[in-house]
Design a binder for this molecule. Structure first.
Ligand code: HDL
Ligand code: ZN
Length: 414
């Protein structure tokens, strides 16, 4: 009887998780209006920096020749090293296979040139809509950088926006590279000083307001190093406390912190050369405590930080944690963190985001995460059922919508 009840419940949970459209709250994807900035297709997929790192491990010395190849040549080499000479069993490799399969391209053909031909039938626009449909993603949050010379002109010219793409204002250059960024802001007409004196903080707030309105930004964000501490006397924290957070209270903009990256531990890998280190959860707690009127999102890169970050979110209702970020986005760690977060935070968490850089990945990142969420939820609803609480399908649908981006929309008030 109990086993039968559970299997029916599990079937409902898997169906609901598979069918519920997702708000993907952090990606590096672009609205198709950004034209050449949109990354899609098999060569982009194969030269994703996760696969560059993995392909470099198949040879004993750093293959400097790789960087002299054009992208097609790089993709050919990666395909040979990771897909032809050995089974593509890592999560990032499996992702390529799933992406192709979801697009109706048979990876078994193993012939890269015939796979390339499949992509010729799409444009960035038609491909984007196809992938959104396959991945069942209703909204994609981009990572938008006014400081990027390629991206900025699109915002300054203005463009017809794709209904599924929303923006997030990325602040790393402002918060982490003030010496370089101050002159750029000054050249754009913001009266800022390298030593943060004068009208600097007011002018930074004006810059943030101008770009938030221009982008209709959902939240603002920064990736912080593992040694970031609060409180601590630093340009980063002064800009945060005297500009970003007052701006956030005035414009209802949450501040998202992605903490734990150690940049360039192996420069020979270029973008693939970053690593991680445990970060300081008490600093996040101190920030949330000092600024109860601000809303904070947070994800950390080290597995060691995940439990304490959950507890921090239990202590501060202005803290919403999210995602299995980057090196945590692997089935074994996704399941571990999903189970822990639902046990500690119920539905007040966004357990996953994709962090996609290549449009094709949207299918695989969600195709790989949904079954794990369904497995954990089926177990948790089964436990509830055993305790005498019988969740209805509409209740399960409401809960799953919350976990797949709905709760974040409530939290940020957008
Ligand atoms: O800083 C970030 O937003 C990270 O997600 C980096 O972009 C990282 O390179 C990445 O792509 N992770 O998945
Ligand atoms: Zn990212």
């Amino acid at each position: 009887m109990r086993a039968e009840r559970h299997s029916t419940l599990s079937q409902i949970v898997h169906e609901v998780v598979n069918l519920t459209p997702v708000f993907d709250i952090h990606t590096h994807l672009f609205d198709p209006a950004f034209g050449p900035l949109v990354s899609w297709g098999i060569d982009e997929l194969l030269t994703y920096h996760y696969l560059i790192a993995e392909s470099f491990r198949t040879v004993s010395d750093t293959p400097d020749f790789f960087w002299k190849l054009d992208q097609k040549g790089q993709a050919d080499w990666i395909w040979k090293q990771l897909f032809t000479e050995r089974s593509p069993i890592s999560e990032a490799c499996r992702g390529v296979i799933t992406s192709l399969h979801l697009l109706g391209i048979n990876p078994r053909q193993r012939d890269l040139s015939s796979i390339r031909k499949h992509f010729a039938s799409w444009t960035a626009e038609t491909f984007t809509d196809r992938v959104l449909q396959v991945a069942k993603v209703r909204k994609v949050c981009m990572t938008n950088l006014p400081f990027d010379d390629q991206e900025r002109p699109y915002w300054e010219r203005g463009f017809q926006r794709h209904p599924a793409f929303v923006a997030a204002l990325r602040l790393d250059p402002l918060l982490l590279e003030w010496d370089r960024t101050a002159p750029q802001l000054y050249s754009w007409g913001y009266d800022v000083r390298a030593d943060l004196s004068g009208k600097t903080m007011d002018e930074v707030r004006r810059f943030l307001a101008d770009w938030t309105l221009k982008m209709d930004s959902q939240y603002c964000m920064a990736s912080l190093p593992p040694d970031w501490r609060f409180p601590e006397n630093s340009a980063t924290n002064r800009l945060l406390q005297e500009a970003v957070l007052p701006f956030g209270r005035e414009y209802n903009q949450a501040f998202a912190m992605m903490i734990g990256v150690r940049r360039g531990v192996n420069p020979a890998l270029r973008m693939a050369g970053d690593s991680l280190a445990p970060a300081d959860v008490p600093s996040v707690e101190a920030l949330c405590s000092a600024y109860p009127q601000n809303k904070f999102l947070c994800t950390m890169l080290a597995r060691e930080n995940q439990h304490a970050l959950c507890v921090a979110a239990r202590k501060f209702s202005n803290l919403h944690i999210f995602g299995c970020w980057w090196f945590l986005n692997n089935p074994s760690l996704i399941e571990e963190s999903m189970r822990m977060r639902i046990e500690l935070l119920g539905l007040g968490v966004t357990p996953q985001h994709s962090d996609c850089r290549v449009m094709d990945q949207l299918g695989y990142k969600w195709n790989h995460s949904r079954p794990i969420l369904a497995k954990v939820l089926a177990e948790k609803y089964g436990d509830l059922e055993d305790a005498g609480w019988h969740p209805s399908r509409p209740e399960i649908e409401k809960d799953v919508h919350a976990l797949l981006g709905g709760e974040l929309e409530r939290f940020i008030g957008r």
